[in-house]
Design a protein around this ligand. Structure first.
Ligand code: ADP
Length: 155
């Protein structure tokens, strides 16, 4: 168990569908602490870096184009084992296969237009937070509910 920070992007489909607040609320209600939050217009350059692992895929450019159709909201979320917890909450990539109750299972029907991006490992979380946030945009504030969110042997 470790206190972790992870990156979430609310994708353009989420902003367009006017459910950004609803999705942020899911993370808040789960108990994740919002340490950073901002709206950004992504560029081909940052997306080429962010999605470098998809560079050989036929849909690479299409995915990048989709991510530039409107701004995104970037979140830095913190919690115990937050990286895996947020991935589990997001559900698998293809919304059609995602279990009901997950974000993708509840809010989308698409492989591509799948509501959120979430970091998938401690290494990618660190690299992605650095990619989308300046150090001074991440706030280590005191979450006064912390002792009600975890037992004292969980962190
Ligand atoms: P995830 O976002 O679940 O970590 P990937 O890193 O594999 O998944 O892919 C990044 C994004 O690229 C996905 O969230 C999705 O928007 C898009 N994508 C991935 N695979 C496909 C696919 N087969 N068809 C369409 N879009 C895809």
């Amino acid at each position: 168990m470790a206190l972790e920070k992870t990156l979430v992007l609310l994708k353009p489909c989420t902003i367009q569908r006017a459910i950004a607040g609803e999705i942020i609320s899911i993370f808040e209600k789960k108990g994740l602490k919002i340490c950073g939050m901002k709206m950004m217009q992504l560029t081909d350059e940052i997306l080429s870096e962010h999605y470098a692992h998809l560079a050989e895929k036929p849909f690479f450019q299409r995915v990048k184009n989709s991510m530039m159709t409107a701004p995104v909201v970037a979140l830095c979320l913190e919690g115990v084992d937050a990286i895996a917890a947020v991935r589990a909450l997001a559900g698998p990539t293809n919304g059609r296969n995602a279990a009901p109750g997950t974000i993708r299972g509840s809010y989308c029907m698409s492989f591509q237009e799948n509501i959120v991006h979430a970091s998938d490992s401690p290494e990618t979380a660190a690299a992605e937070l650095k990619r989308f946030f300046k150090p001074e945009e991440i706030f280590d504030w005191n979450q006064c509910t912390f002792n009600y969110l975890y037992a004292n042997d969980e962190f």
